[in-house]
Design a protein around this ligand. Structure first.
Ligand code: ADP
Ligand code: MG
Length: 320
């Protein structure tokens, strides 16, 4: 839909026109786009956090995804990883494989990408263009004060489990984006939650002083909380009635708990906090208490009537 064979633009023209004009210029970028490599100045008192993610058409985003949404989303899911580490983003590289050099596609993609880059002061410092099936790889770089990074492995028995924002919106939003759902006002908001996730960067920074473990919810709450409990050598009890669900979500939800539990793509932060600090959390970040860390391994879901359900799987397959 977005690629035709009508007019081919050279790789260098595309880089010059769409990836060299920067909304953000940072002092710590000595050499950015244009040479064989970027040269970046790292502060002596901070640790560098690096993360990369590839998005493949039909796997990580829908076929015929509007290019501005794809540009936005490719950066957003990467910034979300920095948020989960408590890092402040600085630089990004971008490698695109596309079936043709359709100019309007690159123009619109870069618009969405730079919209989010500008919002967080992130500078694009290099990348690559290649021909092939559509896929986008982004690598982000950010900083934390030395030794202050948030990890997955620090949860302790008795810690309180929180999640930012709301869960399940993106899973319903994906169905709507595929044309499988209602088209009321709430549906549009859910669709946007899928297409343009909000990386919780400010929350991540605030949590550095507070959380014992943190992860971003990309594969679904159970899968990602599963990483925290496995890597921390603990287990968890989740209170189903406490899961934060948006008004728009509730309007379309059938009541199936697997949607907020297994549905991916929300990019909220799930984190644990020692009980003594838990009361302060809601004043620092917009987050909801959803359970507690226990000694027994695995994740137990506790229903409102206190009956317990132990999901057999954690993974994200319900919406694939
Ligand atoms: P080389 O052949 O030396 O690897 P390229 O011709 O691939 O270099 O790229 C030329 C310059 O343009 C490099 O600085 C590279 O980082 C940058 N670049 C290439 N593609 C992109 C892109 N999609 N976004 C930003 N910079 C890019
Ligand atoms: Mg080179």
């Amino acid at each position: 839909m977005f690629f035709s064979r009508a007019r081919m633009t050279s790789e260098f023209e595309l880089i010059e026109k769409y990836f060299s004009q920067q909304p953000v210029r940072r002092d710590d970028v000595i050499i950015g786009v244009g040479d064989d490599g970027a040269v970046l100045r790292t502060p002596a008192d901070r640790d560098l956090v690096v993360s990369t993610d590839t998005l493949v058409e039909g796997v990580h985003f829908i076929k015929d995804c509007a290019p501005p949404d794809l540009g936005y989303r490719a950066l957003a899911v990467n910034l979300s990883d920095l948020a989960a580490m408590g890092a402040e983003p600085a630089w990004v590289t971008l490698a695109i494989t596309a079936p043709s050099s359709e100019e309007s596609w690159f123009r619109d993609f870069s618009r969405g990408f730079f919209e989010l880059a500008a919002a967080h002061g992130v500078q694009l410092v290099g990348g690559n263009l290649a021909r092939g099936p559509l896929s986008v790889t982004v690598a982000v770089h950010g900083f934390v004060p030395r030794g202050r990074v948030l990890r997955r492995n620090g949860a302790q028995v008795g810690d309180v489990i929180f999640v930012t924002g709301t869960l399940g919106d993106a899973a319903l939003g994906l169905q709507i984006a595929r044309g499988e759902g209602a088209k009321n006002f709430g549906a549009e908001k859910l669709r946007q939650r899928y297409l343009r996730p909000t990386p919780r960067l400010n929350e991540g920074l605030a949590l550095r002083e507070v959380a014992s473990a943190c992860i971003d919810v990309s594969d679904g709450l159970l899968a990602d909380l599963g990483h925290i409990v496995d890597q921390s050598g603990v287990g968890a009890a989740l209170e189903l009635a406490q899961l934060p669900l948006s008004t728009e979500f509730r309007q379309l939800w059938t009541g199936d708990w697997s949607v907020p539990l297994f549905g991916g793509d929300d990019y909220e932060l799930c984190f644990t906090v020692p009980p003594g600090r838990a009361d302060k959390v809601s004043s620092q970040v917009n987050a909801t208490r959803i359970g507690a860390i226990e000694a027994q391994s695995g994740i137990r879901c506790v229903r409102e009537d206190r009956s317990v359900w132990i999901p057999e799987r954690r993974g994200y397959d319900h919406f694939r």
